[in-house]
Design a protein around this ligand. Structure first.
Ligand SMILES: C[S@@+](CC[C@H](N)C(=O)[O-])C[C@H]1O[C@@H](n2cnc3c(N)ncnc32)[C@H](O)[C@@H]1O
Length: 272
C-alpha cells in the first residue's frame, strides 16, 4: 500500500507528473488530484506525519483572515500562490459569506491555473491569473486591466503557504513590501510562514512534498516573518504561532502534537 512505501520507492512518473497544487488539495482532503498526486502525497506524508494537521492549521488561519477582512469591509481579494479553489479556500469562504466578493487567484503552476479556472468558470467572481507573484507590476496591471480589481479600493492580500517556497533570489520581503506600497490604504495582508519546527529533520522531504519534488523550503523565525508585512501595521498580537485565535473569531482546539514553532502567521492593515 502507498502508505507503507517510503519516498525512495516513489516511481519516476509521480515525481514528474505531480502538481504542487493538486498534492496540497489532496492533503487537505480535496478530490482534485490524480492517482500519481495521491501516491506522491501519501509516500511523503508518511515521512512527515504531521504535515496534514499543519496544513489544516494554515487553512483554518486562512478562513479566519478572510472573515476578519470581510468584517472590515474588504470585498476584493488577491490570493497569492492560490493552488486549487478547494474546500474552505479563499473563494469558498468569501463568496459564501458575502455575495459579489471578487477573488483573484495567482499561481505560477499552469496546471493549477487551468484546473482552477475550470472549477470557477460559472462563479462570475473568481478569476485565475497565471503569473509569478514576484512580478508585482505584472500581477496588478493585469488585475486592473481586466477589471478584476479596483486598485483605488482596499484589497485583501493572502500569502498563505507560499512565501517560504520562494527562492532567496525572489526576496519575499521585497515582493510583499511592493504589494503594500502599491495597494490602497485599508488594504489588509495575511501571511503564513513555515518555522523551524515545521518538519524538523524532515525539511527536505517536506519541501519535496509541498513543491511536488521541484523546490526548497525556507524556514524563518518571528522577526523574519514580521519583515514580510512591508511596513504595514500588524493586528494584535502580531506574528504568532498557529493555532492562535484572533480576538472575536471562533475558538480553536489546540492539538498537543503540533509543535509551537511549526507555522507562524499574522494579519496587518495598511494605514492611511
Ligand atoms: C502549498 S500551496 C498553498 C495554496 C493556498 N495558498 C492554500 O493555502 O491553500 C502553494 C502554491 O503556491 C504556488 N506557488 C509557489 N511559488 C509561486 C510563485 N512564485 N508565484 C505564484 N505561485 C506560486 C504553487 O504552485 C502552489 O500552488
Amino acid at each position: 500500500m502507498a502508505e507503507n512505501r517510503n519516498t525512495s520507492d516513489l516511481d519516476l512518473r509521480s515525481e514528474v507528473l505531480a502538481s504542487a497544487a493538486r498534492v496540497h488539495d489532496h492533503l487537505l482532503g480535496g478530490h482534485h488530484g490524480f492517482a500519481f498526486d495521491r501516491e506522491f502525497a501519501q509516500a511523503h506524508s508518511s515521512a512527515v506525519p504531521l504535515v496534514r494537521r499543519l496544513l489544516r492549521l494554515e487553512r483554518d488561519f486562512l478562513n479566519d483572515a478572510v472573515l476578519m477582512m470581510l468584517r472590515r469591509g474588504i470585498r476584493q481579494f488577491l490570493d497569492l500562490g492560490a493552488g486549487l479553489p478547494s474546500w474552505g479556500g479563499v473563494h469558498d469562504v468569501a463568496s459564501y459569506l458575502e455575495r459579489g466578493t471578487v477573488v483573484v487567484h495567482v499561481d505560477h503552476d499552469l496546471a493549477a491555473v487551468e484546473h482552477g479556472s475550470l472549477l470557477l468558470r460559472d462563479s462570475g467572481s473568481g478569476h485565475y491569473l497565471h503569473a509569478d507573484l514576484v512580478d508585482v507590476d505584472g500581477v496588478l496591471v493585469t488585475c486592473a486591466g481586466n477589471g478584476w480589481l479596483d486598485l483605488d479600493r482596499p484589497v485583501g492580500v493572502l500569502a498563505v503557504g507560499v512565501l517560504d517556497l520562494l527562492g532567496a533570489e525572489d526576496d519575499a520581503e521585497r515582493t510583499m513590501t511592493r504589494y503594500a506600497a502599491e495597494l490602497a490604504a485599508d488594504s489588509m495582508f495575511a501571511i503564513t510562514h513555515r518555522a523551524p519546527g515545521f518538519a524538523g529533520p524532515h525539511r527536505a522531504t517536506a519541501a519535496s512534498l509541498l513543491t511536488a519534488g521541484r523546490g526548497s523550503l525556507c524556514h524563518r523565525e518571528i522577526a523574519g516573518v514580521r519583515a514580510m508585512f512591508g511596513g504595514t501595521t500588524l493586528v494584535k498580537p502580531g506574528v504568532v504561532a498557529l493555532p492562535h485565535v484572533w480576538p472575536g473569531l471562533r475558538p480553536r482546539l489546540v492539538d498537543p502534537a503540533v509543535p509551537r514553532d511549526a507555522v507562524l502567521a499574522g494579519v496587518s492593515v495598511k494605514r492611511r
